[in-house]
Design a protein around this ligand. Structure first.
Ligand code: SF4
Length: 419
């Protein structure tokens, strides 16, 4: 194995700040043998309160089965100390922690001979872009990989019917990442270029000998063409309802923790329907805001500026390079749908940032609002099970997502305070 094995998202940085968020937010799934090892730790004389409590719990969520770390009421891991430190780490050393804890905020996906490094922007350090460059972590990642090989992604697909060679997928991804980072263009135009590139690349046979050359030509001509093409549109009632449904699901992650799962999910779905229909004040991070829909519409996005655009570019590029964009909670998405779902995160992040700014009582969005909205969306992204949608709902969502004009209309509606 060598360092070049890893596909590392550009410009992402990380140093743990011991905020403890990750130990409160996630179910830590345990790998083979880990539950027995963790249950066997001897706490007597170290943390007596842990000697008699269940430290693991069963998992039964969709296709997932096995055991996870137990959580306290409120969601914190049973091993989280009062000072946000990990009690396993303190008493038994870092190596004694579950593998997922040692890997976070990273995960590895193996696709055709390379290992993509997925970065969670739910982590404050990653979202802020603060800390060390990721390259310094490769020796540690090589050790973690030896301990547990990266998950192997299924053979990539272009759409429901057509498979893609991994090399073609990399080239397509490279095109999307390059277009998301054209420096002279506003971010919205870059996103339109990336969506258009994905749409046009799906025409004909993407593996044909000339197709690579055509994609090369697209990459160089799209920025000028899309910059000259005016963006226009307003969401119709159906598109608006579906957009709001997605906004709700991504800004209010599905509930985890103790208690009857189905009851928690029923409440989550009911709150989502109220949000979609504009009943009451909107919700963000599971809480009803003190501000109304019209307060949020009035918040300006103008002050986000170049710093905000850099945050958005880093986030969405990392999702492509790290392969996060290709996964929903319970399935691997074809390339075309994955790019459309990725693009939809942009208007969702703008709406979320406006809502957070309104709640703070300010008239315009700051970069921190955008970072916080991104953290919520990334926290939810791997948890929203598409398999729960019935065929009719799934087809309706796909209609919105695959219609480039609908995503553009969502951006314009959010930007101009119409939603
Ligand atoms: S075991 Fe330690 S690092 Fe892992 S979630 Fe619990 S407190 Fe956090």
């Amino acid at each position: 194995m060598s360092d070049s094995l890893f596909a590392i998202p550009p410009d992402v940085r990380f140093s743990c700040t011991q905020c403890g968020d990750c130990c409160r937010s996630w179910n830590v799934l345990l790998g083979p043998g880990e539950a027995e090892r963790i249950e066997g730790l001897d706490w007597a004389g170290r943390e007596d309160a842990l000697a008699d409590v269940a430290v693991t719990a069963p998992v039964a969520a969709g296709k997932l089965t096995g055991r996870r770390l137990a959580r306290r009421p409120g969601g914190a891991c049973v091993f989280l100390g009062a000072d946000n430190g990990c009690l396993i780490h303190r008493h038994f050393g870092e190596q004694a922690k579950p593998l997922l804890c040692r890997m976070y905020p990273f995960a590895f996906v193996r696709t055709g001979g390379r290992v993509a490094v997925d970065c969670s922007f739910a982590c404050r350090s990653i979202a802020r872009g603060s800390g060390e460059p990721l390259e310094v972590r490769t020796p540690e990642w090589l050790r973690l990989l030896e301990e547990s090989p990266a998950a192997e992604a299924n053979a990539p697909r272009l759409d429901a019917k057509r498979a893609l060679k991994p090399e073609t997928l990399w080239e397509l991804e490279h095109g999307v990442a390059e277009l998301l980072n054209v420096p002279e263009l506003p971010f919205f135009v870059r996103l339109r270029c990336a969506m258009q590139f994905a749409e046009l690349s799906a025409n004909g046979d993407p593996e044909a000998p000339m197709a690579g050359e055509l994609r090369g030509a697209l990459r160089s001509t799209l920025p000028r063409r899309m910059a000259a093409r005016p963006a226009e549109g307003t969401m119709n009632a159906t598109q608006r309802a579906l957009f709001l449904q997605e906004v709700y699901a991504h800004l209010n992650p599905p509930p985890e923790g103790e208690g009857p799962r189905q009851m928690r999910e029923r409440e989550w779905v009911a709150a989502g329907e109220a949000f979609r229909d504009g009943r009451g004040n909107p919700r963000v991070d599971g809480q009803e805001l003190k501000v109304s829909w019209s307060d949020i519409r009035r918040v300006s996005l103008e002050a986000v500026g170049a710093a905000g655009e850099a945050v958005l570019a880093r986030w969405l590029t990392a999702a492509v390079v790290g392969q996060r964009f290709r996964f929903a909670a319970d399935e691997e998405l074809p390339f075309g749908e994955a790019v459309a779902r990725l693009a939809l995160r942009y208007p969702m992040a703008l709406w979320g940032a406006k809502a957070l700014a309104a709640e703070r009582g300010t008239a315009s969005v700051g970069v921190e609002d955008l970072q916080q909205a991104i953290r919520l969306i990334d926290r939810a992204a791997g948890r929203i099970p598409l398999g729960n949608l019935d065929n009719k709902q799934r087809a309706a969502v796909e209609f919105v997502l695959r219609e480039t004009g609908a995503i553009e209309a969502a951006v314009l509606d959010v930007t101009h305070g119409r939603v």
